[in-house]
Design a protein around this ligand. Structure first.
Ligand SMILES: Cc1ncc(COP(=O)(O)O)c(C=O)c1O
Length: 383
């Protein structure tokens, strides 16, 4: 049983596998690299996928969608492509290393960094972020949803704050895209970093960055774009100048199919299904003696993932036992977000995290919670 959709979603909808195979077997060529029919068909797939992404996120101009390898690539582009020495950036203690490590690297190059601590439930206070604003604050960068405890950040109010202080707003939608509505037109988000392989149900190796038209983004990778070939400079044309090198067409074709599947099933249907499973899991876990569940107490302030610990039981050992005895895949440890564990009080061992997906059933969650009880007993007996 796979309960690690926060890492990457599995299984994918059938049409995603079909789209990947179609692009691989029937198309084969690279987009924008030739005038022959196969390359033109590859370009059509690429264009159509960009349009599908734009429609799904209410992005007016699909050329502002830059395909990347994953959310990490999108975050690096957003941060390194904008921030320079002397700029100030504010982030939160709930961020993934995909946000923190590029920020630490930029701090070494003279960018000022403030990390605002979230509350013990993982939600950051807009007032605390406001208090951290300086004259040179160029950007506020937050994850929409915590990958550790599922806490949903108040992004609409943070966007208003950004507008009022003239800062750019970067949102890491790694755990919200495909789970919660993200509407660029009405949100005030300037930069949105999204993985294609998690909630959007596309294959690994996919993701994108949306950059609003007023954002002065610079490419961070130089190379062939299939255009302006005589220029020694990397073209700044969107999106080509930001997608140097051969595209992951197979992945992008699959990503488009993943988004189409979500639209057919309905984002709110998927969201309600996943929320019901998280509530079921939380209720079952809370009645197990010695279990602590982390994150917001109100389930409407949480989505995608649930974290827990068992007093006296090592999280990694419990996850390993769930795998070995019951073939249940959950993740244990720090989930690449060490500061979040300082905030939640789960250092140094971290938590066990479960993250159901569109195909997880209520019966599987019941099986999971029974298995947790048995594994705890087994670990305690062998201690
Ligand atoms: C909140 C958050 N940001 C960024 C990432 C990085 O995503 P990717 O693996 O697509 O680079 C993850 C991955 O788990 C995440 O949970």
């Amino acid at each position: 049983m796979y309960l690690d959709n926060a890492a990457t979603s599995f299984p994918k909808p059938e049409k995603v596998y079909e789209a990947v195979l179609h692009a691989m077997r029937e198309v084969g060529a690279s987009p924008g690299r030739g005038g022959y029919r196969r390359s033109l068909e590859a370009s059509r797939i690429l264009f159509q996928a960009r349009e599908t992404v734009a429609d799904f996120f209410s992005i007016a101009d699909s050329s502002r969608v830059i395909f990347t390898q994953n959310a990490t690539g999108a975050l690096n582009l957003a941060l390194q492509g904008i921030l320079t020495a002397g700029d100030h950036v504010i982030t939160t203690s709930m961020e993934h290393n995909s946000m923190m490590r590029p920020l630490y690297a930029l701090r070494n190059k003279g960018v000022e960094l403030s990390v605002v601590s979230a509350g013990p439930d993982g939600i950051v206070s807009v007032d605390d972020v406001r208090d951290a604003v300086r004259k040179n604050t160029r950007m506020i960068a937050v994850s929409h949803v915590s990958n550790v405890c599922g806490a949903i950040q108040p992004i609409i109010r943070l966007a208003e704050l950004c507008r009022s202080v003239g800062a750019l707003f970067l949102v890491d939608a790694a755990q919200s895209a495909g789970h919660l509505p993200v509407d660029i037109k009405n949100s005030g988000i300037d930069l949105l970093a999204v993985p294609g392989h998690k909630g959007l149900l596309g294959p690994g190796g996919t993701g994108f960055l949306y950059a609003a038209p007023h954002v002065p983004l610079k490419p961070v990778v130089q190379g062939g774009t299939g255009t302006n070939s005589t220029s020694e400079e990397q073209p700044l044309v969107m999106p080509d100048g930001f997608e140097a090198g051969t595209h992951n067409l197979l992945g992008i074709a699959g990503l488009q199919a993943g988004i189409e599947f979500i639209c057919e099933r309905g984002l709110s249907t998927i969201h309600q299904h996943e929320q019901a499973l998280l509530i079921q899991a939380e209720q079952a876990l809370r009645i197990i003696p010695a279990v602590t569940v982390y994150g917001p107490s109100d389930p409407s302030h949480r989505c995608s993932a649930l974290s827990f610990t068992v007093c006296g039981v090592d999280s990694a050992l419990l996850a390993a036992e769930l795998d070995h005895s019951f073939d249940i895949a959950v993740r244990a440890g720090l989930h690449c977000a060490p500061l979040a564990h300082r905030t939640l009080g789960t250092q140094p061992g971290g938590t066990v995290r479960l993250s159901p997906g569109w195909s997880t059933t209520s019966e599987e969650i019941a099986f999971f919670s029974d298995a947790v009880v048995q594994c705890i007993g087994k670990i305690r007996d062998s201690a």
